[in-house]
Write a new protein. Structure first.
Length: 164
């Protein structure tokens, strides 16, 4: 059986914590889709195409496994994507009890709608305090985000036209 999982997120931008979860999830499944999803409740810093490109570059630079595909999805339910690609699981990184409380109802609904299980992975403690929103805030104020994001993202965010 070919086991496919999906790691969904806005990845605005991808962080080292995201890369850690992606790397570990890739060892658990035959194929892993990193799925950039549109969140209508958030105002994005980066366009979806730029997020996809930065994720692909970050994965390549980190030497992550070759069973990872980076895709985007903006219409319909996340479980529709899972059904379309034959995914059996969603993988979510959870940093705290707040994340678990937020993710649990969605996990139950996704299982009820499409039989897709959700697997929660705990972060590496070195990255447990980092979120994309924190990175955006630090970057917008001119701070150094390089300890929190892949090199490709740090370079992109430090480009004057990005912050302009």
């Amino acid at each position: 059986m070919h086991r496919i999982a999906v790691v969904p997120g806005s990845f605005d931008p991808i962080t080292l914590g995201h890369l850690d979860v992606i790397d570990r999830a890739a060892t658990l499944f035959d194929e892993l889709h990193v799925l950039v999803v549109h969140n209508p409740d958030k105002t994005a810093l980066l366009p979806v195409a730029q997020r996809v490109a930065l994720i692909e570059r970050s994965i390549a630079e980190a030497g992550l496994p070759s069973n990872i595909k980076v895709m985007s999805w903006s219409v319909g339910l996340l479980v529709d994507y899972c059904t379309d690609v034959g995914a059996i699981a969603l993988v979510k990184g959870v940093r705290s009890q707040v994340d678990v409380a937020y993710e649990t109802p969605m996990a139950i609904v996704n299982r009820n709608l499409a039989g897709v299980e959700t697997i929660f992975l705990l972060p590496d403690p070195a990255h447990a305090h980092v979120s994309s929103s924190l990175v955006r805030q630090v970057a917008s104020l001119g701070g150094d985000v390089s300890p929190y994001v892949p090199k490709a993202v740090a370079e992109y965010l430090q480009t004057p036209t990005t912050n302009g």
